[in-house]
Ligand binder design. Structure first.
Ligand code: MF3
Ligand code: CO
Length: 252
């Protein structure tokens, strides 16, 4: 079942979304050659707790594994769920930062891929196409459209640009939990799945690879990397379906 949120629930999800957006904006200013991903994690943890919120990823469990950090920092060939570490960012890297918070019992989730210093034209193109794919998807996320229209919009834009869509990870419903129904693949035929209704809250998150769509999991049990070790980018917004255009909740 996909939840349809009440006005008062939306107020709370909006607040969580705002804190996510502010955290990403805050981190954006810290991204420079020489900073480590661990430093970004510490800064994020501190910022989120000062807002009276909880970092939603910390301790998040998949089976027996608990996610050990507050944000995900996925560099270059890392697709998602990169664990912050002593790795230092260098000019030419790209870094996907994924932030989720819980505020007053409700969740928000968003991700942005940032260039570090000066990056290659191909890296810049990958980042732009991935961001555009997210907005193509948001544009069709409206009442009366089917869930897979969102998936198709991503795939169509990405493949026209000669990049590939990650299959193993999906977007998701969000609200009282970080991950709720439905799952939202970033590929598929249009016109399938549930009809979108006002009040549904979705985290749409295209993950786009420069080469093959195939990914591998590193030994840490979390970090997903591209099989060919080419670059990957990730953008995510939490949105709410309305009577007209979707409302983006993870913006300032
Ligand atoms: N935005 C990602 C997702 O929805 C981040 C999850 S990180 C985890 O899957 F640690 F919570 F798994
Ligand atoms: Co998500």
């Amino acid at each position: 079942m996909i939840s349809v949120r009440s006005k008062s629930e939306l107020v709370k999800i909006r607040k969580a979304g705002l804190i996510v957006a502010k955290t990403l904006e805050f981190l954006k200013r810290k991204i420079k050659p020489g900073i480590t991903t661990e430093q970004l994690d510490t800064e994020a943890a501190d910022f989120i707790s000062k807002q009276g919120s909880k970092a939603a990823f910390f301790g998040y469990r998949v089976g027996l594994l608990e996610y050990p950090a507050h944000i995900c920092t996925s560099v270059n060939e890392e697709v998602v769920h990169g664990i912050p570490s002593a790795r230092m960012l260098r000019s030419g890297d790209i870094i996907s930062i994924d932030v989720g918070v819980e505020h007053d019992g409700y969740f928000g989730d968003a991700a942005i891929t940032f260039p570090v210093g000066k990056v290659s034209p191909e890296a810049r193109r990958l980042i732009n196409v991935t961001r555009e794919a997210l907005f193509k998807a948001i544009n069709v996320a409206c009442r009366g459209n089917h869930l897979s229209d969102v998936s198709y919009a991503v795939q169509d834009w990405v493949e026209q640009a000669d990049f590939s869509v990650v299959r193993e990870f999906v977007g998701h419903g969000i609200g009282e939990h970080l991950h709720e129904e439905p799952q939202i693949p970033n590929y598929g035929e249009p016109g399938k799945g549930v009809l979108l209704e006002p009040g549904m809250v979705l985290a749409i998150e295209p993950m786009v690879n420069a080469g093959t769509w195939k990914v591998e999991l590193l030994e840490d049990g979390w970090t997903a990397v591209t099989k060919d070790r080419k670059l990957s980018a990730h953008f995510e917004h939490t949105i709410c379906i309305t009577e007209s255009k979707a409302e983006i909740l993870t913006v300032i």
